[in-house]
Design a protein around this ligand. Structure first.
Ligand code: COA
Ligand code: MG
Length: 285
């Protein structure tokens, strides 16, 4: 991603006018307007129109706007894409992505529109086939022209499709998604926490996802925004440590060194790169 990956990406069902109107005023890093699972199939035509109508009267734009369309091969896919592109999103979220061809097909579909800026593609890994093909899909991230910029773990659909019932049992798959994403240079967002009144549980889930290396979390309720922004941002301790590493390597006596000691710990130049990444992230958060 050329922009910092979102710490918080809030889904808003396109069928919910009141929530849509609020989109630009929310403090999440990204808004994902949903035309797929959160909208009843019979309500999808109306929801699509409502999205366009409400987006026209927004007084400002969300920080980063994404739209989740239905798969292109579904009966809603093409109409969804037309409506989504009309509101100039920064990203299109492709649900149930299962093969590299589906991602290149979406990129090719963009070519049929006169777009000042091509949106990024965020692919959801949420089916058994999608999981198995995640490494092949991630390879597309190495060729920027495809526009693939992120994976999102779709944990609800994965549970439904596999029968897995516990978060623990899903851990290896989340790490598989993480590893594939990083191999392709992609950002990676964790699935949603359904129990949105349970903020302690949500915070624990954010800490766990951060520990696994995820950049942020997809959200379903505004109450989840503040904790996600806080937990996925570099902590004060991490920022202080990063500054210390930067300062130490900047000293004239360390100029030619690949490895130095700080407070009894070995610090290499790779840690300097990590420190710089943390400080860059801190600026955005
Ligand atoms: N985005 C923006 N605003 C939201 C919101 C969301 N996802 N979810 C709730 N709100 C707003 C409500 O509009 C309400 O605003 P108001 O006080 O001005 O009326 C306020 O937050 C409080 O809402 P609350 O009563 O706590 O929730 P609810 O019962 O109205 O809705 C859900 C609960 C789960 C139905 C709703 O949060 C939702 O639809 N979430 C997204 C679901 C989704 O997109 N799923 C697909 C991906 S998994
Ligand atoms: Mg889904």
């Amino acid at each position: 991603m050329t922009i910092s990956p979102p710490r918080s990406a809030l889904y808003i069902p396109a069928s919910n006018a009141r929530a849509l109107e609020k989109a630009p005023s929310l403090d999440c890093d990204a808004v994902i307007i949903d035309l797929e699972d959160a909208v009843h199939p019979d309500a999808r035509d109306d929801a699509r129109e409502q999205m366009r109508t409400v987006a026209k009267i927004w007084p400002s734009r969300p920080r980063l706007l994404a739209v989740r369309i239905n798969p292109l091969q579904s009966e809603w896919g093409t109409e969804d894409l037309i409506a989504a592109l009309a509101i100039r999103p920064g990203a299109i979220v492709l649900p149930k992505a299962e093969s590299p061809q589906e991602i290149t097909a979406l990129g090719e579909a963009f070519n049929e529109f006169d777009l000042p800026v091509r949106p990024q593609i965020w692919a959801m890994i949420e089916t058994p086939r999608g999981l198995l093909n995640a490494p092949a899909m991630a390879e597309l991230g190495l060729h920027q022209r495809h526009g693939l910029a992120a994976f999102i773990a779709g944990t609800n659909d994965l549970a439904k499709a596999t029968g897995v019932r516990s978060a623990d049992a899903m851990q290896p798959w989340l790490m598989h998604i993480l590893l594939a994403a990083r191999a392709g240079g992609l950002a990676v967002l964790d699935g949603v926490h359904n129990d949105f009144r349970d903020i302690d549980g949500f915070e624990a889930a954010c800490h766990a996802a951060r520990g696994r290396g995820f950049d942020g979390k997809t959200l379903i309720h505004p109450s989840q925004i503040e904790p996600a922004n806080r937990i996925f941002a570099p902590s004060a301790d991490e920022i202080a440590e990063a500054r210390a590493i930067k300062t130490a390597f900047a000293l004239p006596e360390n100029a030619g060194k690949g490895v130095i000691e700080i407070d009894g710990r070995m610090v290499e130049r790779l840690h300097l790169e990590q420190a710089e990444a943390i400080l860059a992230k801190a600026v955005h958060s």
